[in-house]
Design a protein around this ligand. Structure first.
Ligand code: SF4
Ligand code: SF4
Length: 333
């Protein structure tokens, strides 16, 4: 969509840097990198939570192996007491996203954690494949704690390695019927990455469409992949955004994250915060919620404070920072 506000802001930054000063580059880059410029310029007030190391689905379009390898030193599952300690450091106006690098329903205490967040007054979003602990699956058929849900479901080519049996379909149906009974349609969607849903899932969706439990605006057949900082190979019949080609000799440009992910870290099972949902290799850990407030971590001092950014390797706004330098969302002005 044509975004006049975005055009004016970027024009202003361009002219300011050209005719006045580049002294404010770190602050400008940080400000830009916490806003999602693909759709809107609103400040991200989010944190993602990953409560386990490893995800059983092993989707072909996910660098899950990197996460499993690099996450070896982490606890396999998050301890409930650690979770509570970390949440104290997340301000109440942040939305908690049950997303990140694994399936939230895998955790034995998922329902306990979600209930705890509700009592503490947090808004919650859930992204789920509906594969996990039976207790977690049943939770979706009676709990009203989520303000929005994205059902990410198996495809017709087995890209998501999930066994679709009668039990799975039953749990999925119950969850969709219940959550649709009170969630606004724009807050519940059913998504597949691929050509179409697995045939038994498709049958269920058609039935729910026929009964008007769902409508077509809630069905998302996605043919676009995110490279996850260059770790996902291009796949036939999927689109992928190209990376910004960087001219290393041109030190004049200012780099930023156009997906606003410096304001949407991923909490890991030990309560440390990975940079963003693209960094499956856990290359950059922004801080730990055990001993630091989230807003303080989101200042990303190591990336923007002078004594640190003089180090070329950590030079986020100059375009040299890895993993961002492999990512299609790393843009320049
Ligand atoms: S894309 Fe999601 S469901 Fe698939 S393996 Fe990765 S984390 Fe698991
Ligand atoms: S890896 Fe990509 S999405 Fe993540 S902060 Fe860097 S540029 Fe943004």
């Amino acid at each position: 969509m044509f975004n006049i506000k975005k055009i004016l802001i970027f024009k202003f930054i361009y002219l300011f840097r050209k005719f006045f000063s580049k002294e404010f580059d770190p602050s400008i880059s940080r400000w830009l990198s916490k806003r999602n410029w693909s759709h809107k310029s609103k400040l991200n007030k989010k944190i993602e939570i990953t409560t386990t190391v490893g995800c059983a689905m092993m989707c072909s379009y996910c660098p899950q192996t990197q996460y499993k390898t690099q996450g070896k030193s982490l606890p396999v599952t998050m301890d409930f007491e650690i979770f509570k300690k970390a949440i104290v450091n997340v301000p109440k106006d942040y939305t908690i996203h049950w997303t990140g690098y694994s399936e939230a329903l895998h955790h034995k205490d998922f329902s306990k954690m979600a209930d705890y967040l509700k009592v503490m007054g947090y808004q919650q979003h859930l992204g789920t494949t509906m594969f996990g602990r039976q207790k977690s699956i049943e939770y979706l058929s009676y709990s009203k704690v989520f303000k929005s849900i994205n059902f990410h479901l198996p495809d017709d080519e087995n890209l998501m390695k999930l066994k679709v049996d009668d039990n799975y379909i039953k749990g999925l149906e119950k969850a969709i019927r219940f959550q649709s009974s009170f969630l606004n349609k724009k807050n519940l969607d059913v998504m597949v990455i691929g050509n179409d849903f697995h045939k038994n899932v498709r049958k269920l969706i058609d039935q729910l469409l026929h009964e008007k439990v769902l409508d077509n605006s809630q069905i998302d057949i996605r043919k676009h992949l995110v490279s996850r900082a260059g770790q996902v190979e291009k796949m036939e019949s999927f689109k992928m955004n190209e990376r910004n080609s960087k001219n290393n000799k041109n030190n004049d440009k200012l780099y930023y994250c156009s997906w606003g992910r410096l304001g949407q870290g991923v909490m890991l099972p030990d309560a440390s915060l990975a940079m963003c949902c693209c960094d499956y290799s856990l290359e950059y850990i922004s801080g730990s919620l055990i001993n630091e407030n989230l807003e303080n971590i989101y200042m990303h001092k190591k990336l923007f404070y002078k004594k640190n950014y003089e180090n070329e390797e950590k030079n986020f706004f100059k375009g040299n920072f890895s993993p961002c330098s492999r990512c299609e969302f790393y843009k320049s002005i």
